[in-house]
Write a protein that binds this ligand. Structure first.
Ligand code: A2P
Length: 294
């Protein structure tokens, strides 16, 4: 299958196929990763208030010297901020030192208290309506809104009760977590899907998987490139490999076409080896409609 040249949002904006993920990228590491990425062709940087690295991502952007209008920037509304999204938006803009976001996502449909438990006084749908209002009243600050970690059931509730169709649903996607039903649903509704943790996150067994390694050897690339390319080969999907290692940031951008047979072999991995790097249960709201397996 051919690589996606890019994905197109329901706003008409173009979203690059590959972006730099920064979940778990610590201050002290992430500035250089962002600078390296932007200097080596990446046109999308993804962060989140929850990652506690927006300020340093902003520094990396400045250090790269790449003009703001030349790349796509995403951040996410943090779970404990779901009762006051306007303040949270201003905080993100200030931390990132940017006048606008290309994409602002609800990080999880899971309001949380400052102490870290579920905040049952807030309905995430009300927060989405607040995000819609901010999007409409501040087009200079927010170019698109979307969601993250939404299953089909939650997306359907949102679509049935809202005016703005999310531009994006950002979810975990890799061969051990293919979530094809969510991808298909999003595609049918014009929602682009962004894949996070395409390598399976820290310590992933996928990098040692024999099928992944066999295909990597055949193409003379790293196993990481096979895994990132798999997502970039899926229609309507773009992908966020995370690395703070200079050589990996650079090499992860060099994607390859995979044959239909290779894609099938990679997809079959989930039949025997299935896991989530980020389980929805962490937020204290149960499974958030996700199935235990994938
Ligand atoms: P590091 O950031 O130390 O370079 P994911 O994108 O699925 O979240 O995976 C991120 C994890 O994979 C991190 O531990 C990252 O390490 C590691 N990683 C990123 N790129 C590569 C690569 N090309 N080869 C091996 N490991 C990689």
């Amino acid at each position: 299958m051919p690589l996606n040249p890019h994905t197109k949002l329901n706003t008409g904006a173009i979203m690059p196929t590959v972006g730099l993920g920064t979940w778990k990228s610590k201050p002290g590491e992430v500035e250089h990763a962002v600078e390296t990425a932007l200097r080596h062709g990446y046109k999308h940087i993804d962060t989140a208030t929850a990652y506690s690295n927006e300020a340093e991502v902003g520094k990396g952007i400045k250090a790269s010297g790449v003009p703001r209008e030349d790349f796509f920037l995403t951040t996410k509304l943090n779970n404990p901020d779901m009762g006051h999204p306007k303040e949270a938006l201003e905080y993100s803009l200030q931390q990132l030192d940017t006048p606008y976001l290309d994409l602002w996502l609800m990080h999880w449909p899971a309001p949380m208290t400052k102490e870290g438990g579920p905040d049952k006084s807030i309905d995430w749908l009300d927060t989405w309506h607040e995000m819609e209002k901010l999007y409409k009243t501040h087009p200079d600050k927010i170019k698109a809104i979307g969601v993250s970690n939404f299953c089909v059931e939650y997306l359907q509730r949102l679509l049935d009760n809202s005016e703005v169709v999310p531009a994006v649903n950002q979810i975990e996607l890799h061969p051990s977590c293919p979530q094809q039903a969510i991808v298909d649903f999003c595609t049918s509704k014009g929602i682009v899907v962004t894949a996070y943790s395409p390598l399976g996150s820290d310590g992933s067994p996928l990098l040692k998987n024999p099928v992944v390694n066999k295909i990597a050897e055949k193409h003379n690339v790293s196993p990481a490139i096979v895994l990132i390319s798999l997502q970039a080969n899926r229609p309507n999907v773009n992908v966020l490999p995370k690395s703070v290692t200079k050589e990996r940031v650079i090499s992860n951008f060099q994607l390859i076409d995979l044959s239909d047979e290779e894609v099938k072999e990679l997809n079959d991995i989930s039949k025997t080896e299935s896991f989530r790097a980020c389980h929805p249960k962490w937020a204290g709201w149960g499974n958030l409609g996700f199935t235990e397996a994938v």
